[in-house]
Ligand binder design. Structure first.
Ligand code: ARG
Length: 403
């Protein structure tokens, strides 16, 4: 029986060439799998037909946009996930979803092998392969670009020789990966880290410096999840998509950073995530009203660890799974509304209210109505400072005796 390989297919040059390349090198039949995570661009029928025209025996396209928004972006929001305090994990979130579908199609079709188009220099290879190791350990994973010499020049020559229906000259100078949570752009002039990004790197946001008047929006959260925008109920996908438009028009969520990849290289990346950055700002603000102080302090550590695990390709790991349970519990009272002003590249919270608020006006106020018993503070403060006071006394004593 002919072996089957399921290839994670994007429709671009590399994975289009990989179809015939894998077939030639291994004699296997190639099944192309394209997953829509809200990357936009071509419609999925075009992508499917190209896969077949490039020699795939079958092509499956999956509209996974709702699944991606609800099961991958929403957990990232609950974790306020920002790698190196800035990057909202855009690509790192889509890989585990693609992996889940690769494993499913491999099982359904009886394929022994799956393939991806990643190079050996990035994080995505790790995310694919560590994910597959967890979900489908019986399946072998191959990477033609990394492992069998499918360089860019050879890919173009291959495409021309076989007359593949791909436009090899209209390629962007950048390596772009996008989905509903955001867009990443690297290579080209960005590899000089002193060079400012040219306008053509941006796809999700407008120039923040246009002087446009502010837009004000209200986001409603229930248990840490955004459920309505300006009072109208939204699914996670609708919420992110609409905020990408609204906040993107004000240039919110542009990020220019030098990033630490898992494999040890530093790389310059331009991200755009207008919806994600707006939602994280609003969500974190509501948490500060509704989450008790010790829980909030500990959650910051859990968030950081969650974010690193996901960045590092360990979505399907025991620690990530356990932290998910913690994050869900920590979200229990994060219910309420946040008002956000969008302008000049920033999403600024200007108001918050919640039926589960721990903010207590009678305790906080300096006006009449103050219920806080200030006489309790004196003894507390004395005891709080006591260990340091004792230590300082000891230091003085020992200095005086010359010890
Ligand atoms: N550096 C980012 C990450 O590791 C983005 C990767 C984008 N991938 C791409 N093929 N352009 O999450």
């Amino acid at each position: 029986m002919t072996e089957k390989v399921v290839l994670a297919y994007s429709g671009g040059l590399d994975t289009s060439v990989a179809i015939g390349w894998i077939a030639e090198q291994t004699g296997a039949e190639v099944i192309a799998l394209a997953v829509d995570v809200g990357q936009g661009g071509e419609d999925l029928d075009t992508v499917r037909n190209r896969a077949l025209a490039c020699g795939a025996v079958a092509a499956e396209v999956v509209d996974a946009r709702d699944e991606f928004a609800a099961e991958y972006c929403m957990p990232a929001l609950q974790a306020n996930a920002l790698y190196m305090d800035r990057y909202p994990l855009v690509s790192a979130l889509s890989r585990p979803l693609i992996v889940r579908h690769l494993a499913r199609v491999a099982r359904e079709s009886g394929a022994s092998t799956v393939a991806h188009g990643c190079t050996g220099k990035g994080n995505d290879q790790v995310r694919f392969e560590a994910g597959l190791a967890a979900l489908a350990p019986e399946v072998v994973c191959t990477a033609p670009v990394r492992d069998s010499g499918m360089t860019r020049d050879k890919a173009i020559a291959f495409a021309e020789e076989k007359g593949l229906p791909i436009n090899v000259t209209s390629r962007s100078p950048y390596s772009i990966d996008q989905n509903v949570w955001g867009r990443s752009c690297e290579t080209g002039h960005l590899e000089n880290i002193w060079t400012a990004p040219q306008d053509d790197v941006y796809g999700y946001t407008e120039d923040p410096a246009t002087g446009k008047p502010a837009d004000e929006i209200t986001i409603t959260f229930e248990r840490g999840l955004p459920v309505a925008l300006d009072g109208a109920a939204k699914t996670p996908l609708e919420m992110i998509t609409e905020l990408n438009q609204l906040a993107g028009a004000h240039g919110v969520g542009r990020i220019d950073m030098v990033e630490d990849r898992l494999i040890g290289i530093k790389s310059r990346e331009i991200y755009e995530a207008p919806g994600a950055i707006t939602l994280i700002a609003a969500h974190a603000e509501l948490e500060s009203v509704c989450v008790e102080r010790d829980l909030a302090r500990f959650k910051r550590q859990a968030e950081q660890r969650w974010t690193e695990l996901v960045y590092d390709g360990l979505w399907y790991s025991p620690l990530k799974t356990a932290l998910d349970v913690f994050l869900a519990e920590a979200a229990r009272h994060v219910t309420g509304e946040v008002r956000v002003q969008l302008q000049g590249g920033r999403a600024v919270v200007t108001g918050r209210r919640s039926p589960a608020a721990l903010y207590n006006y009678e305790l906080a106020t300096y006006d009449t109505g103050d219920m806080f018993d200030q006489s309790l503070a004196k003894g507390f403060v004395d005891l709080w400072g006591l260990p340091s006071k004792i230590a300082a006394d000891r230091d003085r004593r020992m200095a005086a005796s010359g010890a």
